[in-house]
Design a protein around this ligand. Structure first.
Ligand SMILES: NC(=O)C1=CN([C@@H]2O[C@H](COP(=O)(O)OP(=O)(O)OC[C@H]3O[C@@H](n4cnc5c(N)ncnc54)[C@H](OP(=O)(O)O)[C@@H]3O)[C@@H](O)[C@H]2O)C=CC1
Ligand SMILES: O=C1O[C@H](COP(=O)(O)O)[C@@H](O)[C@H](O)[C@H]1O
Length: 496
């Protein structure tokens, strides 16, 4: 592997401490990072290398999936870590970086690849991009890459503007727009499940599937991210990116190769095929909610409006549910119900493929009582498994049926050790120059287009009933109505 420098812009921030550095540490331990490596955290905090490294050691201890490896590997790892105190809005930062890259390349006696990770507030990212361009730090598409964190834009217009700027300054292949859900093992496995098995493809369509559900429920509130969340809300924070990306994995056509652009083209087709909601239909197809004060598992939860840096009269949604249609031959008339929310009853990211019922006329009347159509449940997190529900005969003298599950569990089939965190997979891909799991400019814009009518309708009509759900519940009552109207209900995982 070529000598590599990874700049973490925002190296003192929450994301760097909780996700990026622990991920890099694990990649290092597993031998996936280049030997000639420099990781430089950048921020304005008054820190030297020693103090910074000590902070990072504590973060790895707290947040890594394998803190026990610190003792053996930290000493070697810290030799690659530096801190540079810089204000990234100033040219001086880039002059120092240029000198540092040149010195590193001279020492290694070959050109280095350089990764610039924007772990900073989104408004700083375009400023940094312009400075990187001006200082020719990101001038070689083969060696220089930039990683953009979410949110990528605030709406379609701002995403377009940012894409436009980046297009002017850099090549698309240098730009890695992260959606960390795509790095999750269970999400990637959807491609294997669908396209490496002959079993599912013939029935993966509206002839056999009644509906699809995607739930991304969280028990956490907004934590310390009040000011960010106030400008975001559940729709922008989760649906525009993670939820729609999971929907794409379920709905896309088979790729002809695993080339980055081929996968991304197929996903783009899905986003473009999602039926645009008309303003007058939004209230029928979309539900929003905000949690009020209450209790969860014996702990008091302040209402959203009482959170730090949140407007006491805020109308920002912490829950969103949508009913969508993908207007392709495969998905004709199949509703996709999606929902996401904070302070919900369980942490559960779950995709449900509900098949149509088999005809039951051959069986005795009693069988109808326990008759359940087939269902494929793809548990993304924290439970990680795939279960197929089917009917089986209950042992005994009569033809009594009961639904049973066939389960593939990640925990059982993979060594615990080799279940990388999403950020490990994604950082490794950036270093290797593989953009398959990253969002292309047109995908991001297409996703904004999907939610734009909802955003606009909600902005035009402030909610009258906020807060409208209790912490520890499954969201507002209207979300039940959204799906109950069609004769279905939201699915949660049974205890495994
Ligand atoms: N935290 C999370 O869980 C997630 C975060 N993200 C995204 O990641 C990005 C970072 O988020 P997060 O880590 O939470 O944010 P933080 O506010 O915790 O960190 C921001 C970082 O930016 C640095 N910074 C700010 N201004 C400057 C400047 N002018 N020059 C140099 N450094 C600067 C800060 O350093 P200092 O204070 O030392 O100057 C700090 O290290 C955001 O885009 C966010 O939306 C995405 C998903 C999840
Ligand atoms: O991007 C985000 O994702 C997290 C949820 O991610 P998970 O991997 O923990 O399920 C969410 O809490 C956060 O609000 C959002 O910005």
């Amino acid at each position: 592997m070529s000598p590599t420098i990874i700049y973490i812009f925002g190296g003192t921030g929450d994301l760097a401490h909780r996700k990026l550095i622990p991920a890099l540490f694990n990649l290092f331990v597993d031998g996936y990072l280049p030997e000639k490596l420099l990781i430089v955290g950048i921020g304005r905090s008054e820190l030297g290398d020693t103090a910074y490294r000590e902070q990072l050691r504590k973060s790895v201890k707290q947040f890594s999936r394998r803190p026990e490896l610190l003792r053996q590997h930290w000493k070697r790892f810290l030799g690659h870590l530096r801190f540079s105190r810089q204000d990234l809005s100033q040219d001086k930062a880039y002059k120092e970086m240029s000198a540092q890259v040149a010195a590193f390349e001279k020492q290694q006696k070959e050109p280095a690849q350089v990764v610039f990770y924007m772990s900073v507030a989104p408004q700083l990212a375009p400023v940094i991009a312009k400075k990187l361009y001006r200082h020719k730090l990101c001038s070689d598409p083969a060696r220089h890459r930039m990683v953009f964190e979410k949110p990528f834009g605030h709406d379609l217009e701002s995403a377009r503007a940012l894409n436009e700027l980046l297009r002017k300054l850099f090549a698309e292949e240098q730009i890695y727009r992260i959606d960390h859900f795509l790095g999750k093992e269970t999400v990637q496995n959807i491609l294997a499940l669908r396209f490496a098995n002959a079993l599912f493809e013939p029935i993966w369509n509206g002839n056999y599937i009644d509906y699809v559900q995607i739930t991304a429920a969280e028990t956490v509130a907004i934590e310390n991210r009040g000011s960010y969340y106030e400008s975001s809300g559940a729709l922008r924070d989760m649906v525009q990116n993670h939820v729609l990306q999971m929907l794409c994995m379920i709905a896309m056509e088979a790729p002809i190769s695993f080339e980055a652009d081929e996968i991304r083209n197929k996903k783009l087709d899905v986003l473009q095929a999602i039926r645009r909601l008309q303003p007058e239909d939004v209230h029928q197809h979309a539900v929003r909610g905000q949690y009020g004060p209450g209790w969860m598992k014996g702990k008091k939860v302040p209402g959203y409006r009482a959170e730090k840096n949140v407007d006491p009269g805020s109308n920002v949604e912490t829950f969103a549910a949508l009913k969508l249609y993908v207007d392709t031959w495969r998905w004709k008339d199949v509703p996709f119900y999606v929902r996401t929310g904070k302070t919900m009853a369980e942490k559960e990211t779950l995709i449900t493929i509900q098949f149509k019922p088999a005809p039951d006329y051959a069986f005795p009347q009693e069988a109808a009582q326990t008759w359940r159509p087939n269902r494929l449940s793809i548990a993304i997190a924290p439970q990680m498994d795939i279960r197929l529900r089917f009917q089986a005969k209950q042992a005994g003298p009569h033809m009594v049926l009961r639904p049973v599950d066939m389960v593939f569990s990640y925990a059982e089939k993979n060594e615990e050790d080799r279940q990388p965190e999403a950020y490990e997979t994604l950082l490794q891909d950036v270093i290797e120059g593989d953009a398959t799991l990253f969002m292309r400019a047109d995908q991001v814009e297409a996703a904004w287009k999907v939610i734009a009518p909802v955003m606009e309708a909600w902005a035009a009509r402030p909610p009258v009933d906020f807060p409208n759900y209790a912490p520890g519940s499954w969201g507002p009552e209207d979300a039940e109505g959204l799906i109950a109207r069609d004769g279905f209900n939201w699915v949660t995982l049974p205890e495994s």
